[in-house]
Write a protein that binds this ligand. Structure first.
Ligand code: HXC
Length: 272
């Protein structure tokens, strides 16, 4: 898939910004994380993306590698963040084959829309396990590599709807709140060893799996957009640009923060 650069990166960033950096991305074939990875690779990074689906993950890796001649992008499918052994093997392979592991994007997530009365304990647990335990496992297996990096940084992809709660998303709201909390604990515990740990909290981002599921493909986009204080839907480029900033030298003193990239949507939501 040829994606024009203007779709995933603003033209303000310096070529080679992330030369000699390696990013490890869980959920790396998903719409948001693949664009974050694309932007970092375009700016010089090499990448290792992890996913459960083998074909989807390997295809996404090949696709992302096209954005820069000489880019190395490894796709490791069949890897479940709920299973620390397979995740640890992936992190080891990333560091071995690409030379280091400097940045982590913890993006693997599970989501379905369901009322609480239609949600079994196991359904709630499935999402908590993918999102929360999966994020904890990702931190655990990548940290030994990160601590060997000159510039170790983590971004967690969270959400905003747990600030207020969200019907039919009890499981995901609880999970994303826990991820925000893990981010803060990592900043406090590992900040003294140079690790930067921040959350990006996407708001309503167009053309993403999450948005399609939550709003439905038939949503009245004019009425929906009218509710967003910034007057437009977000784009995957908004998330990728925020990622580049946080991983760049310009973002280096931002630590332990939760950064909504949402056009002020959650503030509107909470004032209604
Ligand atoms: C109610 C459901 C359900 C549904 C599954 N379950 N779908 N319950 N409504 N629509 C229940 C099952 O019946 C089962 O409970 C339990 O959940 C576990 O289901 P499994 O299929 O066995 O689990 P698993 O194979 O691990 O799949 C996990 C999953 C699935 C989360 C359920 O949807 C998944 O793999 N998702 C990964 C991809 C994904 O969701 N991506 C979305 C990313 S977007 P019982 O009781 O029957 O055993 C995103 C955006 C966030 O996250 C928000 C952005 C703003």
């Amino acid at each position: 898939m040829v994606v024009p650069e203007s779709k995933y990166l603003s033209p303000i960033w310096k070529d080679g910004l992330f030369n000699n950096r390696v990013v490890f991305v869980t959920g790396g074939a998903g719409t948001i994380c693949s664009m974050q990875t694309r932007a970092l690779v375009r700016l010089g990074a090499n990448a290792c993306i992890i996913g459960r689906n083998v074909e989807k993950t390997e295809a996404a890796a090949k696709d992302i590698a096209q954005v820069r001649p000489g880019a190395k992008v490894i796709g490791i499918g069949g890897c479940d963040v709920r299973k620390p052994e397979s995740l640890a093997a992936a992190a080891d392979r990333c560091a071995r084959e690409l030379g280091s592991l400097d940045f982590v994007i913890a993006g693997a997530a599970g989501n379905f829309v369901a009322p609480m009365e239609g949600m079994s304990s196991n359904a709630f647990k499935a999402v908590m396990d993918i999102d929360v335990l999966g994020t904890f496992n990702t931190i655990k297996v990548t940290m030994p590599h990160l601590l060997r990096s000159k510039d170790p940084r983590i971004i967690y992809v969270s959400a905003t709807f747990h600030y207020t709660g969200m019907p039919f998303q009890a499981h995901v709201s609880a999970a994303k709140a826990s991820i925000d909390s893990l981010c803060a604990s990592v900043a406090l515990e590992y900040g003294p060893r140079g690790v930067q740990s921040n959350v990006i909290a996407p708001g309503p981002i167009a053309e993403t799996e999450g948005m399609d599921r939550l709003a439905g493909k038939d949503v009245d986009s004019t009425a929906f957009t009218a509710q967003i204080p910034s007057g437009r839907m977000g784009t995957v480029k908004d998330i990728a640009d925020a990622t580049v900033f946080l991983f760049s030298e310009g973002g280096s003193y931002i630590n332990g923060q939760i950064i909504p990239v949402d056009g002020a949507s959650w503030r509107r939501q909470s004032s209604m």
